[in-house]
Each structure stands twice: as C-alpha cells, then as structure tokens.
Design a protein around this ligand. Sequence first.
Ligand code: AP5
Length: 214
Amino acid sequence: MDFILLGPPGAGKGTQAKLMIDKWQIPQVSTGDILRAAVREGTPLGVEAKGFMDRGELVPDRVVIGIIAERLKEDDAAEGFILDGFPRTIPQAEALQGILQDLGRNIDHVISIDVDDEELVTRLTGRRMCKGCGESFHVVFNPSAKEGVCDRCKGELYQRDDDKEETIRQRLRVYGEQTRPLIAYYEKQGKVRRINGTGSIEEIFSRIADAAGN
Ligand code: AP5
C-alpha cells in the first residue's frame, strides 16, 4: 500500500496519517516533520530549510527529493508508506516516479483531501503539535485531555512558527500555485480519489478507507 496524501495546509493529512499507520501498519513519511526535526537539531539541512519554512515558502526541490530518495529505501517502508506533504511540485512528482521505478514500486492511491480556505485558517491558528511524537491537536476541535500535554506520549504541546495567520495565507497561496496542479497530474494517471475533508476526524478516516477499497 503506497499512498500519497494530497491537500492544502491544515486539510488533516497528518491527523489522518496517524490513523492510517494503525490500520495498515505502514510508516508516515512527512517531509514537514523531517524538516522540522532538522531545524530543531540545527543540522545543515535545518539551517537551509528554516528561512523557507518561516516564510511559508517551499524548500528547494533538490533538498526534499534527496530526503525522500533516502527515506523510502529504509526497511520499514518495504510494505508500504504514507507520503504526507510530498510531492508538492510537478518536478517532485516526476522525481518520485523515478525513485519508485528504481525500487520496482508504484503509487497505489493518491488521496486528495478538500477543505475550504477559511476552515483551514481556523484549524491552523488553533493547532497544537506534540514535541515528542508529532501528534496534532486543536484547541477547540480536537483538544488534548490535559491542556498542553500530548494524549499519546505525554510530550509537551507547542504552536508551530508557521501557524501565524499571515504565514498560513502565504502557505495557502503557495499550495494553490505549486501543489494543486498535482491533482490533475495524478488524475491523468487515474490514481486520484478526492474526498471531502470536512466532518469529524473519524468520518474522514472512513472516507479514506473506502477510497482505498478497505
Ligand atoms: P508541512 O508540515 O507538510 O505542512 P502543511 O502541508 O502545510 O500541512 P500541515 O502540517 O500544516 O497540515 P495537515 O494537513 O497535516 O493538517 P493537520 O492534520 O495537522 O510543511 C511545512 C513546511 O515545510 C512547508 O511550508 C514547506 O516550507 C516545507 N515543506 C514540507 N514538505 C515540503 C516539500 N515536499 N517540498 C518543499 N517544502 C516542503 O490538521 C490541522 C489542524 O486541524 C490540527 O489542529 C488538527 O487537530 C485539526 N483537524 C484535523 N482534522 C480535523 C477535522 N476533521 N475537523 C476539525 N479539525 C481538524
């Protein structure tokens, strides 16, 4: 089961990926999480990526393609993976095709999650993330049992630097210009299932399971 989760910032890709891991026992591969870890650790990758991320722009293709080429070779991805936040541009999608060809694999499902922009802004301004496991919560829609503490691993919750309204709107613009064209790209390959991303987290998960034929 090789999945791509497509959708604008705040569509619920990370939230749904966590449920998909449990159901299909395959890893989530999130370029955003990998880049944020690099920023926290102050690695050369993190230093290069930070400015782009803080401005709500995309990190250069060559950087994220290199990350994915290495990550998909790891043993835990042998039975499948959930790509969350990659690809985000046509050159990234073309590079992914080459990487998968070399591994003798193919994308099975591209799930595109649709949510309107004002709902996305509300979701992202209220989002809180876990420093430990990356789980995402929302102060109103999906609060943790104890304020500021992750339900899953008891880690500390924080607000992402790019979850300020101005940066969110820039990320939405970048999504429209550079990432939305991927829906048509994968539609031409007959792989896209578009799902309504509004409703409860469980309802959306059941739409994804239906779209994947499970
Ligand atoms: P990344 O981390 O990938 O961010 P994103 O795509 O902007 O997506 P988000 O993580 O913001 O949203 P999500 O869809 O996962 O939503 P979530 O489940 O958290 O990328 C960050 C940056 O890294 C980019 O801007 C770029 O700079 C760089 N980058 C990453 N990948 C790159 C690439 N491939 N190329 C170049 N640059 C790259 O949910 C959001 C909130 O809503 C949460 O609070 C959640 O609790 C809540 N929520 C979820 N579901 C529901 C629901 N059904 N109802 C109500 N609330 C809900």
